[in-house]
Write a protein that binds this ligand. Structure first.
Ligand code: NDP
Ligand code: 8X3
Length: 251
């Protein structure tokens, strides 16, 4: 195996599981995120020949550029980009939502994602690589309080499909993975650190695991080069759809 993958947001959840999955399969992995201690622990555990930590906030263009420019030679030829770094903040209805939360989601889930994609497209084209973007069921099915988070994930899906068109003829594959409920630190972040609320979301739900998604990503990336998965939506069996809400006049 002589391939390199860059996974954004590899300090926890889907990103960490993806880094572990591909490293176990023999890929070189560039792991990114803000929490340096977690990335450094991962490098120590899995080995510096296999993993490289590129520590930056995906909203900080200059930090991203300098971390990518500093990639050691064996990690520079990126064959796969997993755009995973992202977050939801808040579940309040739009009128009560915190505008700063909205702006953070847009800056991270949209602006950060397109910035690193634009930066790495030349090498991905040169190597006939693959871009895997992590969308969400929230981008397809609206729910109360999903407002801007769902909007950012709808962007991810549509951007993925648009990228496919633009990359026509290059051999580069683009996939949008759109999971439902996966137990990670996602809800802890969404609730601004409320562990009880996070536990309540997942309790008894038998949610998907980060490893379920990592296995799916590994499958997608290792398909024969003539096959492209455009979009893939996954849910735990315990999750489904609740239909429309109707507000009725009482008088
Ligand atoms: P986690 O909170 O466990 O992981 C999120 C990752 O994103 C962390 O590694 C975090 O790193 C990184 N990240 C967040 N903000 C930034 C930033 N500004 N700069 C760099 N990295 C950042 O959640 P998940 O693993 O669940 O989430 C991963 C992706 O999956 C997200 O895009 C999420 O929207 C999506 N998703 C999650 C679902 C779920 O149910 N869990 C379902 C569908 C989609 P750090 O904080 O160290 O910077
Ligand atoms: C995360 C899934 O349903 O919590 O993207 O929005 S959901």
């Amino acid at each position: 195996m002589d391939k390199t993958i860059l996974v954004t947001g590899a300090t926890s959840g889907l990103g960490e599981a993806t880094a572990r999955r591909f490293a176990a399969a023999g890929w070189r992995v560039v792991v990114t995120g803000r929490r340096a201690d977690r990335l450094e622990r991962l490098v120590t555990e899995l080995g510096a020949d296999r993993l490289h930590a590129a520590i930056f906030d995906i909203r900080d263009d200059a930090a991203m550029e300098s971390a990518l420019n500093a990639l050691p030679e064996p990690f520079r030829g990126i064959d796969a980009l997993v755009n995973n770094a992202g977050l939801a903040l808040g579940t309040r209805p739009a009128v009560e939502a915190d505008l700063d939360d909205w702006r953070t989601m847009i800056a991270t889930n949209i602006t950060g994602l397109v910035t690193i994609t634009h930066r790495l497209l030349p090498v991905l084209i040169e190597r006939r690589g693959i871009v895997i973007n992590i969308g969400s069921v929230a981008g397809r099915y609206p729910y109360a309080g999903g407002n801007v988070y769902g909007g950012t994930k709808a962007f991810v899906t549509q951007f993925s499909l648009g990228l496919r068109s633009d990359l026509h003829g290059t051999g580069v594959r683009v996939t949008s993975i759109e999971p439902g409920m996966v137990e990670t630190e996602f809800t802890l972040v969404r609730t601004h650190g409320d562990q009880g609320a996070s536990d309540a979301v997942y309790r008894g739900a038998n949610p998907m695991t980060a490893e379920d998604i990592a296995d799916t990503l590994h499958w997608v990336a290792n398909l024969p080069p003539h096959l492209n998965v455009n979009r893939l939506e996954l849910m735990p069996v315990s999750q489904s759809f609740a239909g429309f809400q109707i507000h009725r006049q009482t008088t």
